[in-house]
Design a protein around this ligand. Structure first.
Ligand code: ADP
Ligand code: ZN
Length: 609
């Protein structure tokens, strides 16, 4: 693209990408990097990080080198650049020797705008030699949090990327990540020697994502119902903790006619690769996966992320849910949460190999996550607050849309805790939740009679509450360390220092109660539904366009969203352009796509008129 030397960032954005204006901090970042400055870019998923190095690479002489940790990610980004008419290639272990030589020759000849490299490839002797022989326009270090040892995406090779500054001190480096927590940011800057870099910190809010936490009863049926009711025909990701559970849930959803596929480290590599390809390329695939899945998955039209098990930190939750709705269209983050999640996660920390300091840190992170799950106020305010960002109630989370009732449950908590205490005192052993709730509610089953607990003074004092309410209260107490579940001993309940404060009356307990179902339906139905489904002005035309896109994607061997994202298809369906100029004015249609797809699209639209 020789004329790019003279083009402005705006012109490139308009002509190549077909977008009318920059988003958020894109423009200052692009100007800074194009001018030779180093940058640390912190932007949420879907914020538009790619342009922040792609446009400067076009503006500067030489080839933009992009370090990227995942092969699938590189392939799709390069395919997307080809669709835009740019000269891009990648070097990673998926290429055979001949193909790799060809790419290297193009890089040396200055015949590439962008070259994506796996870190180990770049750091190899031949990789570094190649960089000596071509002229790097800039280094972009994508998914830069991989340099952090604390995060779960740690990649040792990322730690050696400091060599880039040592060998090419004049070449600007831009590190990009969607990881919002401050320790990780600091570690990135430190390890990549970005001390002179300018930081560009965007808001981490993802306003199009609706956060929801539901009380887990039968999580799997709740999930199936959620998908059936609200996401028929949508693409989504479901996270579960264990491989077993991944397999079972995928089978259960598939049996209900949902295109669900399992993905976990125990599957053969070729099965995994096939499932990933289908998820990326086809419409309406639901990927059921362990958390290992998803880093760097660039698919923009994921309409929901569902958690069947609670993540162990807010960082993890934010990163995983962030994979929904990159295209900016409405999306949902749904999580089923129950007492078992609390118990299981605490146990995982306890059993872990980590030293005490690390265990304390893990416990603190888990507690923050629990507080988010138990919250009765705006989830987004809490989420952003965790990352140091102040905000106002969002109107797009479950608690904003259907505010739960918050009641003073101190007295009830005292009843529960004293029942735990009295059972133990009477029998010399501790009991689990079911037994304690039976005693509270005055149910004289076998076990209650066997231990003589029907004669305890607390027997039946909680008869006015249904079992479910006691379970919710119990879970909330456990989440706040006001009661403990000993998972190593039959899940028996034990009092804590906090319990004593509650019993003494020096600490009050609030209970979050979901509004009754009927009221919820009344309020929810009106508020929740319309915003959720992206309603194309012309649903029939949208479906036609989607089918056309699927066909083209198959022919070109690229993911459907690389041809056009959903947002662009919606815009086309709404405005029905009948000539190339009208089509070109739609966001996401640049010169190259107008020329490649315009004639066929205009014909298709005319036929549907
Ligand atoms: P990130 O890497 O930050 O998750 P991407 O770079 O993949 O985000 O961008 C997300 C989506 O937003 C892509 O579909 C991209 O084409 C689109 N996008 C980026 N910048 C703009 C812009 N200025 N105007 C419109 N769409 C944009
Ligand atoms: Zn809210």
């Amino acid at each position: 693209m020789p004329e790019s030397d003279r083009a402005s960032p705006q012109q490139l954005l308009r002509d190549i990408w077909g977008y009318s204006s920059f988003r958020g901090m894109q423009q200052p970042i692009i100007e800074h990097v194009a001018g030779g400055g180093d940058a640390l870019v912190l932007m949420p998923t879907g914020g538009g990080k790619s342009l922040c190095f792609q446009i400067p690479a076009l503006l500067r002489d030489g080839v933009g080198i992009v370090v990227s940790p995942l092969i699938a990610l590189m392939q799709d980004q390069v395919a997307a650049l080809h669709e835009l008419g740019l000269r891009a290639a990648f070097l990673n272990s998926s290429l055979d020797a001949a193909k790799a030589r060809e790419v290297q020759a193009r890089a040396r000849a200055g015949d590439l705008d962008l070259l994506y490299m796996a870190p180990e490839r770049l750091l190899s002797e031949s990789g570094l030699r190649l960089l000596e022989q071509c002229r790097p326009a800039l280094f972009a270090i994508d998914e830069a949090h991989c340099v952090s040892q604390w995060g779960h995406d740690f990649r040792p090779e990322y730690g050696q990327l400091e060599i880039l500054r040592e060998r090419w001190p004049q070449v600007p480096r831009v590190a990009l990540t969607a990881t919002a927590d401050i320790p990780t940011r600091n570690e990135i800057a430190q390890r990549l020697l970005l001390d002179d870099a300018r930081s560009f910190v965007s808001s981490f809010d993802r306003p199009n994502i609706r956060y929801r936490v539901v009380e887990k009863r039968d999580g799997r049926s709740q999930l199936a119902q959620f998908i059936r009711d609200e996401h028929t025909g949508d693409c989504g990701v479901v996270y579960a903790l264990s491989r077993n559970s991944v397999e079972e849930v995928a089978a259960l959803l598939a049996a209900q006619g949902i295109k669900a596929l399992p993905y976990h480290a125990g599957l053969a590599a070729d099965v995994r690769a096939r499932h990933l390809r289908r998820f990326l390329d086809e419409d309406a695939v639901v990927m059921v996966a362990t958390i290992a899945f998803g880093m760097g998955i660039d698919k923009p039209d994921v309409r929901f992320v569902a958690h069947l098990d609670m993540p162990r930190s807010i960082e993890g939750y934010f990163q995983e849910t962030g994979r929904a709705g990159r295209d900016g269209l409405p999306a949902q983050a749904w999580m089923a949460y129950g007492l078992a999640d609390v118990v299981q996660q605490r146990r995982l920390i306890e059993l872990g190999e980590a030293d005490d300091a690390h265990k304390r840190l893990s416990t603190a992170k888990l507690d923050a996550m629990l507080a988010l799950a138990e919250a009765a106020d705006c989830r987004r305010v809490r989420l952003l607050g965790y990352f140091g960002e102040a905000s106002q109630p969002c109107g797009n989370c479950d608690n904003c849309l259907q505010p739960p009732e918050l009641v003073d449950a101190t007295e009830a908590a005292q009843k529960l805790l004293s029942t735990v205490y009295r059972c133990r005192q009477a029998s010399g052993i501790s009991f689990a939740a079911t037994h304690v709730i039976d005693v509270l509610r005055g149910k004289s089953g076998d076990k209650v009679l066997r231990f003589g607990h029907e004669s305890l003074s607390t027997f039946g004092i909680g008869a006015d509450w249904p079992e479910q309410d006691w379970r919710v209260l119990l879970r909330q107490l456990v989440a706040q360390h006001l009661l403990e579940v000993d998972s190593a001993h039959f899940n028996v309940l034990r009092l804590t220092d906090g319990s004593r404060e509650v019993l003494r009356g020096t600490r009050r307990v609030g209970l979050r109660r979901q509004a009754p179902a009927a009221a919820r339906r009344r309020r929810g139905a009106a508020a929740a539904k319309p915003a959720l489904q992206a309603q194309p002005a012309d649903a029939a035309l949208f479906e036609t366009l989607r089918a056309w896109r699927a066909e083209v994607a198959r022919e070109h061997g690229v993911p459907a969203y690389v041809v056009f994202p959903d947002a662009t298809l919606h815009a086309i369906a709404a405005s029905r352009p009948l000539d190339l100029d009208a089509l070109r004015s739609i966001s996401g249609v640049g010169d190259k796509k107008r020329d490649t797809y315009g004639p066929a699209l205009v014909r298709l639209i005319a036929e549907q008129a």
